[in-house]
Ligand binder design. Structure first.
Ligand SMILES: O=C(O)CCC(=O)C(=O)O
Length: 261
């Protein structure tokens, strides 16, 4: 269970790190599956000469160790606490994509600051202030991630800059790209934190947390993360009902839309 202090940090910073959320043997089996997938693309575990691109993305494999990784008790309890019990899809796995970043001085071309999109409508990806369909962004460290090994960059507090951008667009929300660009500009003054740690750590992030990949990768080993969304059923109301205690994801949205004073 997350402590009150951790929930307070989530409200303030927009993320909380669950250290050791996925056991080491499960992580080792996930790595084996990822390498098997990379091998089919000619990128081989034991042969750094084949690590020619700064980033290779694969869809997160399903089943086996990934089903175990996505369903640990500590993760499910934290999702209940942050999103609200019964409000999110208990996926039998991890999902999303796995960007594998290799030691390289090259610009990977995908390291801009952004928020994630949350739902598809009219053939495009969108996001609205109620965070329709997205309860969290989860960042699973599937290898150790060192500060010089292309960690994901986070902007603590940036989740509070985003509701004011999205709210004027109402239920329909905004197209993802202009929303992400405005979120990046609005949060430029925020500090940067690095999603570093050990393999098996999971960062649970508010859906509006502004983040970015980083480069160069000056570590020795490929860095693997998964970065799925945790699906929300429906969307959050932008006003709390009387007597209701909103879950922290919703509370952060309400707080940032509340008039100052
Ligand atoms: O690879 C990373 O560190 C983050 C990538 C990312 O934010 C994305 O693909 O949306």
């Amino acid at each position: 269970m997350l402590s009150q202090e951790e929930i307070g940090a989530f409200l303030a910073d927009g993320y909380v790190a669950l250290r050791g959320a996925v056991p080491a043997p499960v992580i080792a089996a996930c790595q084996d599956m990822i390498w098997a997938d990379l091998d089919r693309q000619g990128v081989r575990r034991g042969d750094p000469a084949t690590w020619t691109a700064p980033v290779v993305r694969i869809p997160c494999p399903e089943g086996g160790p990934f089903a175990a990784a996505g369903t640990t008790r500590v993760l499910q309890e934290a999702c209940d606490q942050l999103i609200g019990p019964g409000r999110w899809w208990k996926r039998d796995g991890v999902g999303g994509t796995i960007p594998v970043r290799f030691p390289s001085e090259a610009d990977p071309g995908d390291a801009g600051w952004h928020i994630e999109s949350s739902y598809e409508a009219g053939g495009g990806w969108r996001v609205n202030a109620g965070s329709r369909d997205r309860g969290l962004l989860a960042i699973y460290l599937l290898t150790d991630v060192e500060p010089d090994g292309a960690p994901t960059r986070l902007r603590p507090g940036s989740h509070r800059d985003v509701p004011a951008i999205l709210a004027p667009a109402g239920e329909e929300g905004m197209e993802w790209l202009p929303a992400a660009q405005q979120a990046a500009r609005a949060s430029a003054r925020r500090p940067t934190a690095l999603a570093t740690g050990g393999a098996g750590d999971v960062f649970l992030c508010h859906p509006f947390l502004v983040h970015a990949a980083s480069w160069p990768h000056r570590g020795r080993f490929p860095r693997m993360i998964a970065q799925p969304g945790v699906a929300l059923y429906g969307q959050y109301a932008l006003r709390a009902e009387a007597g209701e205690t909103p879950p922290p994801v919703q509370q952060a949205i309400l707080d940032s839309l509340a008039p100052a004073g």
